[in-house]
Structure formats: structure tokens, C-alpha cells
Design a protein around this ligand. Structure first.
Ligand SMILES: Nc1ncnc2c1ncn2[C@@H]1O[C@H](COP(=O)(O)OP(=O)(O)OP(=O)(O)O)[C@@H](O)[C@H]1O
Length: 357
């Protein structure tokens, strides 16, 4: 799907919305914006930002980006289906100069620019887990307050191409703990609600446990008690506003900003390499070549539904960067990743193209 310069944010979100339903069905979902610097990634994901570059203009509702709209849709879906009512856990990190920073860490203050905390990394077997601070939220407004706080710490730097250029990759992760019944396994033929495995909220799990213990029954021993067949899963939504690829000759950066541009380009190249390796079906996928690909490993090569929004400039002078972005999109589209979700059908991989006005 290609969106022209005049298309509203609502048109983009109309194509994103079904993925929120998938999330509540128990699928992992990743939505990311990719493109050169100044091409409209932050506008697409977040919406217009205020002149002091610190806050989202939430009052310009029609222009809200994917992230605030997704938050509204998520809580709308939750409120429509109270028995599912999962608690929503949010973490926000940025990858800056190939380091992962926790933007919700308690001991940092927005008043102190650059004060950040590395994300704690822990080993689980051979796997390295990143453990950022996470907060529970109960409404879209609470969610957006956290995002606003995180954005104030995100590194920005003016360049000749973009006066408000983001110098880091922003990754917002939303986690919904829920339980699912594996007895409805088997690849469903489509993604409708009816064909999805039954999901149960933690509240229902607690109720079931209480019932079992009040009857002095082992879990799952009661007639019709399906708890023994339930397993707890965590559906995850990752919302990613990548930093923009940048030609230093055009952006005119020097010193620390040049170093930032170099890390941005290297991490985006690593992302392209991972997609290339997946596409070619190589035995070794170089996720660990950059922190960005390491963090997004499950979304890119795992079982998530992945939606890539390409932001490209309609200007002649940006033709090379535009072709590079299209080539990235083509790669993302061609990757064959097998089954999506826990038992889902082949991944619904899409890429969409957005031209800023
Ligand atoms: N579709 C659009 N409609 C109106 N304004 C837009 C649109 N897309 C982008 N813009 C404006 O263009 C400018 C650059 O957009 P944005 O900040 O989203 O770029 P970016 O790709 O995130 O850049 P960077 O990678 O350097 O951070 C902003 O002022 C933004 O408001």
C-alpha cells in the first residue's frame, strides 16, 4: 500500500488497526518505521511534535501517529472485552550509539539531559535478556504520559537535512500477560477472532485457582475445569521509530553528531544484513552484530507479525536514499519466516510506503 503526501494519519492507522486485534488474540506484533532522516518516521509513529521538541501535540487529534492511536485502540479493545482485561506493561528504550538506554529508569531526570541508565542485561542459558524498567498502565492517557516522559530523554540533534533529527532508535514495548488454551491449536486459516485460540486474563486464572483450592481439588481436576490445559503466554507489541539513515555530506554533521550518524547507518545496515540472511535462509543470522538487531531479534526473525512502514521523500535530490529504503522494504517483504504466533499461519508481512508532504 502506498500513501500519497496528502493522505491523513487515519489512512495509515486503518492498515495498522487489525494488528491490535491480533495482539489481543495472543500474537506478538512489531510495527516499525524505516526511512532516511527527515522523511517522516516520527511523524508517522508519534504525530506532530511541539516547537520546543519536547511534547507530542496530543490536542491535534487528527494528526496523531500510530503510537497514540494504537494505545487508544488497545484500551478500546480491552474495554470491549472485559473478561480479557489484561494488565498492560510498558517499557521504553532507545538504542543510541549502539548502547541500549532505559528511558523509564526511576533514577533519571528529564531535567538532566543525557542522564540515562543502561538497560540491565541478564543471561538465561545462552540467551541474553534485556531487562528495562516496565510500568503498568490502565489507560491510553497513562500510556502516552510515559511515552512523553521517555521522548524527553531521547537524543535529538539538528542537521542540515532535519532541524529536529532523532539520533536514536526508539523501541516501545507493550506486554499483555494472558493465558491461552492449547487445545485450540493448529494453524488457523485466517486471523479472525473466531479462529484464534481462546485467551484468558490473569483475573480468570486467579478465579480458576481460587475455585480449585476452595473445592480442595488439584488444578484441572474439577468437571469442565480447563485450567490444566491453560498455559500462560505474554503477547508483545513493539512500536519502533528507527533513527533515519543519513548521508553525512548532506546532513553536514561533524564531531559527536557524525559519530551518531555513523552508528545509525551501521545499525540500519545490520538490520538489512539480518533480513538478507533470513531471506537467503542462512544458518547463521547475524543478530548480534548490533544492539538494534539483538533487541529486535524475536520481532524480525521470530514469530511476530511484522509491519514495516517505509517513509520516503518525493524529492529528486533524495532519490538514492529513497531507492535504498525501497530495497530494504523489498527485502523485508521477501523474508520467509514460517509460522507466526504460537501456532499461526505464515507471517502476515506487509510493507507500506509513506511520502511526507
Ligand atoms: N505526512 C506528513 N505530513 C505533514 N508533515 C510531515 C509529514 N511527514 C513528516 N512531516 C514533517 O516533516 C518533518 C520531518 O519529519 P520527522 O521528524 O517525522 O522525520 P524523521 O524521519 O523522524 O527524521 P529523523 O530520522 O531525522 O528523526 C517534521 O517537521 C514533520 O512534522
Amino acid at each position: 500500500r502506498v500513501y500519497g503526501p496528502a493522505e491523513p494519519q487515519d489512512a495509515v492507522f486503518a492498515d495498522v488497526r487489525p494488528l491490535l486485534t491480533s495482539l489481543l488474540d495472543g500474537y506478538n506484533v512489531c510495527i516499525m518505521a524505516y526511512g532516511q532522516t527527515g522523511s517522516g518516521k516520527s511523524y508517522t509513529m508519534l504525530g506532530p511534535q511541539s516547537k520546543n521538541h519536547e511534547a507530542l501535540l496530543l490536542e491535534t487529534r487528527g494528526d496523531l501517529g500510530v503510537i497514540p492511536k494504537a494505545a487508544e485502540e488497545l484500551f478500546r479493545l480491552i474495554s470491549e472485552n472485559p473478561p480479557q482485561s489484561p494488565e498492560v506493561e510498558v517499557s521504553i528504550v532507545e538504542v543510541y550509539n549502539n548502547e541500549v538506554f532505559d528511558l523509564l529508569a526511576k533514577d533519571i531526570s528529564p531535567a538532566v539531559p543525557g542522564a540515562k541508565r543502561d538497560v540491565i542485561a541478564a543471561k538465561e542459558g545462552k540467551k541474553e535478556l534485556f531487562l528495562p524498567t516496565s510500568e503498568l498502565v490502565n489507560s491510553a492517557a497513562e500510556f502516552m504520559r510515559l511515552v512523553e516522559a521517555g521522548l524527553q530523554l531521547r537524543v535529538k540533534h539538528p542537521t542540515l537535512v532535519h532541524a529536529d533529527s532523532s539520533r536514536s532508535h526508539l523501541i516501545i514495548t507493550v506486554t499483555l500477560p494472558m493465558a491461552t488454551s492449547p487445545d485450540s491449536s493448529g494453524c488457523p486459516s485466517d486471523h479472525t477472532l473466531d479462529s484464534m485460540p481462546t485467551c484468558h486474563s490473569p483475573r480468570r486464572m486467579v478465579r480458576e485457582k481460587q475455585r480449585a483450592s476452595s473445592l480442595d481439588l488439584p488444578l484441572g481436576a474439577g468437571p469442565g475445569d480447563s485450567l490444566a490445559h491453560l498455559q500462560q503466554v505474554r503477547a508483545r507489541l513493539q512500536l519502533v521509530d528507527l533513527a533515519g539513515s543519513e548521508c553525512a555530506g548532506m546532513s553536514g554533521v561533524t564531531g559527536p553528531a557524525l559519530r551518531e550518524a555513523s552508528w545509525i547507518n551501521r545499525s540500519l545496515a545490520a538490520l538489512g544484513d539480518v533480513l538478507g540472511a533470513l531471506w537467503e535462509g542462512r544458518g547463521h543470522i547475524p543478530y548480534r552484530n548490533s544492539k538494534l538487531t539483538h533487541l529486535l531479534q524475536d520481532a524480525i526473525g521470530g514469530d511476530a507479525k511484522l509491519l514495516v512502514v517505509l517513509c520516503v521523500s518525493p524529492c529528486q535530490e533524495h532519490l538514492v536514499a529513497t531507492l535504498q529504503s525501497l530495497s530494504f522494504g523489498a527485502r523485508a517483504r521477501q523474508v520467509q519466516r514460517g509460522c507466526v504466533g504460537r501456532r499461526g499461519p505464515p507471517a502476515a508481512r506487509k510493507h507500506t510506503i509513506r511520502q511526507p508532504s
